[in-house]
Structures are given as C-alpha cells and as structure tokens.
Write a protein that binds this ligand. Sequence first.
Ligand SMILES: [Zn+2]
Length: 417
Amino acid sequence: MAKIYFIDVTNRDGVQTAKLGLSKLEKTLINIYLNEMGVFQSEFGFPTTRHESLYLQANLELAQMGVLQPIRLGGWIRATARDVETAFNLAPDIRHLNLSISTSAQMISSKFRGRKQEDDIVKMMIEAVEAAKSHGAETIGANAEDASRTDLSFLIKFGLAAREHGADRLRYCDTLGYDNPFTIYKTVKKLAESVGMPIELHCHNDLGMAVANSIAGAKGAIDGGQDAYINTTINGIGERAGNADLLAVVLAVAKSKNLAGEYQLERPIDLSQAWKIANFASYAFGVPIPVNQPGVGANAFAHASGIHADGVLKDPSNYELYGFSELGRGEPELVETGREICTGQYSGISGFRHVINEIMGEAAVSFASADEAQEILELVRYANVEAQKPLTGDELVFIVKYPEIAKKLLTLRPLDY
Ligand SMILES: [Zn+2]
C-alpha cells in the first residue's frame, strides 16, 4: 500500500510569513528537531537567496557529518532554468529541490500579464527540471502553485510533462486555502491516477481547513495508488492564516476515526518530541501557542467542569483522545524566579562559563584553553546579536559542539558576491 511522508516547510513557508522570521541558528535547530522527530524532509530554505547560502551549506555539512540524518534537506526555488543555475552556484551540494510555478489561469494571466500561456508554463517547468537533473539533483518536486484553482486537465498535462522529464513528485498547492476535504480528495485522487506519481499536499488555512484538507488529499493520493507527501509547519505558522500544523496532521493520521492504523507512515513519527519542537518554534518566532492548540496548547489537557473532571479522573479515556505524556509534556519546567545569569551580545567569560555549566551539568565541557572558551563566547555573542533574545540551552550546546558550523551560520556577508 502507498505511504504517507511528511515534508515540513517551516523553514521555507514559515519564515516567509509577514512580520515573522528565524535566525539561521534557529532554522538549524528546527532541522535537528524535525530529524529527531522522524520527519522525512525539511524544506530548509531558499537556495537562490544570498543570505541563505552559508546556512544551507552549513546544514548540508551537518548532513554529511551524520548530524542531520536521515532527514532530507530540500530547497525551494522558482521553476526556471536560471534559478536552478543560481541555486547550484550558491549551494553546490544541494540534492533535493522543489521547483515552483503558477498554474492557474488567474495567476498565469495576471502575474505574467499575457506574456505566458499554459504551454509556456509547461515548457518552463521542463527546462527547470532538466537543468536540475543535469546539475545532479536526486529528487525533484514540481510545484503547481494555485493548483486548487487550476483547470484539472491542464494540471494533469503539467504533471505528466514534469514526470516525463524526471520530476519525482507533483506538489498540489492549495495556495489560497480554497479547497475543502471533499474537493481535494476528488481532485487529488484523479490527479494521482492520471499522472502516476506521488502527490504532495500543500494546504493553507484561510478557511480553517488546512489539516482536514491535508488528510483528505493524502487519502485521495493513496486511493489513487500513489504515495502522499504532506506539507506541514510547526504550530501551523505560515503565510496569512498559516499552513497545516505538523502535530495536528500527525495526530489526525494516527488517532482519528477510521484513519488510525489505516495508513502506513514512511517512518514512525516520535510524538514525544512534539512538546519540545512546538515550544521552541513558538519561542523562536515569538508567537505564543494558542491555549486551544491541539496537543500542545495550555488547555489541551485541562478539565474544569464537574462532569468532565469527574470523568477524566475516573478514566482519562472518557475525555481525552490521547495522553499528554505521549506528546512529551508533563515534565515540570524550572523557571528561575531569583537571580539569573543570561548570555547576551555583551556577555563576559565568567557569566558564560556559569551558564554553560548550568545547562550541561555533568557533561559540561572543559575548554582546552582560555582562547577556546573566548572563541565560543564570541560565537555566542554573535548568535545573540542575530536572535535578539536569550539563546536556548540547545542553541548554546550546539555552538559548543559545532563551533565551525556555528561560525558559518552566523556569517553574513552583504554584497560580497
Ligand atoms: Zn504555501
């Protein structure tokens, strides 16, 4: 039977959200957490964007070092041969790409202003796929932007052409969140049957249905005989009303009526990482988790009313579909209420040593020399300049463990082409 894969796009769609962003170190930590959780692929950034280059290279290096394994790191670019060239210039080791182009009549006519017709769109995609292949891309996703408003027969033609020239998946983008579970199921099933390659579901939440649509679309792909790749973001952060929330989609596949146990995941997802990854993303983006967020909201396991409290005390299954400990929550969290030593962009060596010892405890590093300690501190200061808020323990430990990689992540060289 066909399988469900997860491609998280927090580091691409999430960071392109208006008013939000992540430092390169935060993006790297997210890749590490996604890998620990068992997510198949992280769409880790923009290979044609210059300020991403060193971050992308550093993360590809982490993959080579085995730190970011087995997760796949995929870049997102426009589907033009020129962007493919630029991508391989700036990130020569990149091996997985999603190539994106608008396919709806609305966007073709109003974005290209009459300069492109449907045939030109297919041609551009083919040229981009071939260019990516010739540069050594191992997997290619062809993205149909605004697929849900695209004429289905053209979408099939587009998908077939992409497949014929070497694309591995077709990304069905419900760019405006226009679909509903009934329409996306039907469309994607037909698409899977007609195009004969795996389908990616990329759903937005403008009508509050991103998670439901992702599940219905995945069922459509699988019923059409193809693997389904669901695009998610952590906490659903994404443009406008956001994307499909990673945890909610995983829970829907694993726990919902008639779906639980029905579909095979490509690899197991470790739900016990959910609490950590959701809270890190919330801190890094500076966006609080809503109290009613599935699984990780403050109220997700809270009960007050008499009947509910009594019922859940007798047996949690009365009012809880899954347990909080499954999601990695329930551990007490220490919040310092007295004196606190933090690291910052103006930290000194003694405060820094104190913080590292607090975080790492027994495992604390003894720096080989004062110079080495000073160098790590310098990196920590730079990381603080970029983040503009205290680093998390995992970020500090990352810098201590991988100073050379951290140096790359923290290097910005504007106009130094
Ligand atoms: Zn999107």
